[in-house]
Write a protein that binds this ligand. Structure first.
Ligand SMILES: NC(=O)c1ccc[n+]([C@@H]2O[C@H](COP(=O)([O-])OP(=O)(O)OC[C@H]3O[C@@H](n4cnc5c(N)ncnc54)[C@H](O)[C@@H]3O)[C@@H](O)[C@H]2O)c1
Length: 338
């Protein structure tokens, strides 16, 4: 097991990589605990929820909404939950986001922790303190930044994760390497079969390195005024692709990263060979590197992106694999690449 601390300005957070969900009691303590999970995870891991107070949401992005949040609030109200209660999200990024948002807002804040059960949640969604829900189809438009007390990344739970979801999580690991950890890119090139084959040592290394990248960025810029935006590499276009084409988050981000790398080459910032390396790394692990995009719909979706400043989008480009830069770009420049 590897333990990392995220020293957020608002609060610290402990991320235990390779910890099992069965050890949750040690992190929660003796107080009351309410779990938030989704129907898939609840069905696969009934032993985790037996005799517990659980809110089971429907899986999927369409349910990561204020309606679901309100339904959880109502359950907490009915059950007379008070400030001594801990809310624990057990699941992928969606369950953790909903649980984190509820915990941050109900009674102006309850204790909160996560058991991240998808690779994407382990390397990205559960770490860093962002807890958001969707509004009118726009991703994570409503949310708060608040660190969870603990995040348990139970690697053994990845055995039941559908392979497509595993690959989506891998896209975020690639992102972490591409923006800030060239050694992780090398490791992924050499060991991706081990990761997709669920080799625990390879997984622990990748999850640890990816969480390390996120922790360092969050520590210097928790509220995303600059450095943290680099974590959005591949996400500005990725979110728009996700919305317009309905691709899963990780696949949309993979396509977004390829476009951002090509744009970096076009601007003379990145060597073409580095962009090809990134593209090959994604393609050889079964991630898409292009998508049948409706250019206008994507530009419109991006116009509503939270990262937009005036007429410019703060775009994350690469200088080399392992080093990102923030560049303000006009939508017309993006249009040319799309
Ligand atoms: N808060 C953040 O900083 C942040 C960062 C990145 C992504 N996100 C959000 O995370 C979400 C995507 O996360 P995700 O891909 O984990 O989505 P998800 O929660 O929908 O999980 C993907 C699927 O896997 C299932 N699942 C989860 N764990 C499983 C397991 N161990 N075995 C079998 N099935 C399992 C889920 O039921 C779901 O069907 C998006 O909503 C995205 O916006 C948030």
């Amino acid at each position: 097991m590897r333990t990392l601390q995220v020293r957020g300005a608002s609060a610290p957070s402990t991320v235990a990589i390779g910890e099992t969900a069965a050890a949750l009691g040690r992190y929660v303590g003796d107080g009351r605990c309410v779990y938030v999970t989704d129907a898939n995870v609840a069905a696969l891991y009934p032993q985790l929820f037996e005799g517990r107070e659980v809110f089971v949401m429907q899986p999927g992005e369409a349910h990561k909404t204020l309606d679901t949040v309100e339904a959880v609030y109502e359950r907490l109200l009915d059950r007379g939950v008070d400030r001594s209660t801990t809310v624990v999200g057990i699941g992928g990024g969606i369950g953790c986001d909903v649980a984190g948002f509820v915990a941050a807002t109900y009674l102006r804040g309850l204790r909160c922790g996560f058991v991240a059960s998808s690779l994407l949640a382990q390397v990205d969604a559960s770490v860093g303190g962002k807890n958001g829900v969707n509004l009118h189809g726009y991703k994570n438009l409503v949310g708060v930044i608040r660190q969870p007390e603990f995040v348990l990344c139970d690697l053994s739970m990845l055995r039941t994760l559908p392979p497509r979801e595993l690959r989506c999580g891998l896209a975020e690991v690639v992102k972490a390497g591409a923006i800030a950890n060239a050694g992780l890119v090398d490791f992924l090139e050499a060991n991706a079969e081990g990761i997709l084959g669920l080799d625990l040592a390879a997984l622990e290394h990748c999850v640890g390195e990816a969480v390390g990248v996120k922790a360092r960025v969050v520590e210097v810029d928790e509220h995303e005024t600059g450095e943290r935006m680099k974590l959005n590499f591949g996400h500005t276009v990725g979110h728009a692709i996700e919305k317009t084409l309905g691709l899963p988050h990780g696949e949309a981000v993979a396509v977004g990263m390829v476009l951002a790398a090509r744009l970096s080459v076009k601007r003379g910032m990145l060597a073409p060979a580095e962009a090809s390396r990134l593209e090959n790394l994604l393609a050889r692990r079964g991630l898409p590197t292009s998508a049948p995009m409706d250019r206008q719909a994507i530009l419109e979706a991006m116009g509503k992106d939270k990262k937009r400043r005036g007429d410019k989008v703060r775009f994350v480009l690469l200088e080399k694999l392992g080093q990102a830069a923030l560049v303000p770009l006009g939508l017309e420049e993006l249009e040319a690449v799309l």
